[in-house]
Design a binder for this molecule. Structure first.
Ligand SMILES: [Zn+2]
Length: 407
């Protein structure tokens, strides 16, 4: 059995994590910026040193390959970009585990039956351009030509211009398409606290959550806060608050993995002495089962309409996203579970409440995900941490899974 040591993972995490790290802590590595390019150069050097065949595609996904008897390819990796002031583990740990796994396999000398590749996907986080999953979408032929000009960052730079500045030829994006992939495996930190709280070292993902997002607008009437008796008001905020509290109850009663969040609010006119007449707020509702997701979404919407009627206010919904949950491939999942058993690493079936490249990849390629614990559930923060021991256990299971799929 090939084993990855904690010290190796610690060294990789610390070296890559120093690239783009800000003076007060937290990393900024946005797609096509200087830190992003430096991180890729470091990965390239490691891959070359390990004897992998290094290649980058037209959009900036970076690959290291071990050629097998067949050109059909087993791919593993994650993303190398970060959110603003992100941590050392989100995305990076999947890339570094893939690196540790492939160099251990390369060192072992055995030629695989299928070809093996690691990937640092160029963009997942949506933090510079609203171009979520850019690298994965390019590989699957899901990038649209107009996006090159339409996606702009805060400085007005288009993604096409940013690509050119980073040394890529944006017009070549269709050449990034892959049709040789037999499987994709992504190791990722959980970004939640379930494994950490239960002292479990590994999760094998069953499904990635679907989203149902909409904006609620409640129209009441502005009135004088002193002269309008409570029973005569059409207070838009009170209706919205009742609706928020009711949807929270509905979703809580449905139990895990259903979650709902009202993270953004706009209350007008926003004065101490005026009854709020107009309120807008966001609804981000998630579930991994599509039928349950649609049923609960319908129940939530109906409850809002009933509350509006009782309170004499208007209510309107603007759908902002209805994304299907994505089941992981049964065969890949079984191989991940068997690999964990073979390595004697206890594992737990999990759902992913966060979005990942894997949910896009799974639309065309058999895909599976491994989760390792996030200390205290922290993520999208400099406080992200996974112990070197947990990271090494995850990478060791990844090696075993790749051996099962490719050798
Ligand atoms: Zn991520």
């Amino acid at each position: 059995m090939l084993t990855i040591e904690p010290a190796e993972m610690q060294h990789l995490v610390e070296t890559l994590g120093a690239i783009g790290e800000q003076p007060g802590g937290g990393i900024i590595r946005h797609v096509y910026d200087a830190a992003w390019s430096a991180a890729r150069r470091q990965l390239m050097a490691w891959m070359q040193e390990a004897g992998l065949v290094v290649r980058e595609d037209a959009v900036g996904n970076l690959f290291g390959r071990i050629e097998g008897d067949s050109p059909r390819t087993i791919l593993t990796g994650s993303h190398v970009d970060t959110v603003i002031l992100g941590g050392r583990y989100d995305g990076a740990l999947g890339v570094l585990s893939a690196l540790a796994a492939l160099r251990a396999l390369k060192r072992s000398g055995a030629r695989p039956r299928k070809s093996l590749e690691m990937v640092a996907l160029c963009e997942e986080e949506d933090s510079r351009f609203h171009g979520n999953f850019w690298g994965t979408r390019a590989m699957l032929g899901l990038v649209r030509q107009e996006e090159l000009d339409d996606l702009t960052d805060l400085d007005g730079v288009t993604i096409g211009e940013a690509m050119r500045q980073a040394g890529f030829a944006p017009e070549n994006y269709p050449s990034a398409i892959r049709d040789d992939l037999d499987a994709f495996i992504e190791l990722h930190i959980e970004q939640g606290r379930i494994l950490y709280d239960e002292h479990q070292p590994l999760g094998v993902v069953d499904a990635i959550t679907g989203f149902y997002r909409f904006r609620v607008t409640v129209e009441g009437r502005t009135d004088h806060a002193g002269t309008t008796p409570m029973d005569l008001r059409r207070d838009a905020l009170q209706a919205a608050v009742e609706f928020s509290s009711e949807m929270t109850r509905i979703v809580s009663e449905a139990g895990r993995p259903a979650v709902v969040t009202n993270g953004w609010w706009d209350v007008q006119p926003g004065a101490w002495n005026i009854v709020p007449g107009h309120v807008e707020f966001s609804v981000d509702f998630r579930h991994t089962n599509e039928a349950t997701k649609q049923r609960l979404a319908a129940e939530i919407r109906a409850r809002g309409e009933a509350i509006a009627k009782e309170r004499g206010v208007g209510i309107a919904y603007d759908l902002a996203g209805d994304i299907l949950p994505m089941d992981m491939d049964a065969h890949v999942k079984a191989e991940l579970q068997a690999a964990a058993e073979a390595c004697r690493v206890p594992w737990k079936p999990m759902v992913s409440g966060a979005g990942h490249d894997s949910q896009i990849m799974a639309t065309k390629v058999p895909t599976g995900m491994l989760f390792v614990p996030s200390a205290d559930g922290r993520s999208h923060s400099a406080a992200e941490f996974t112990t070197p021991e947990d990271a090494a256990r995850g990478a060791t299971v990844l090696v075993a899974a790749l051996q099962r799929l490719a050798y």
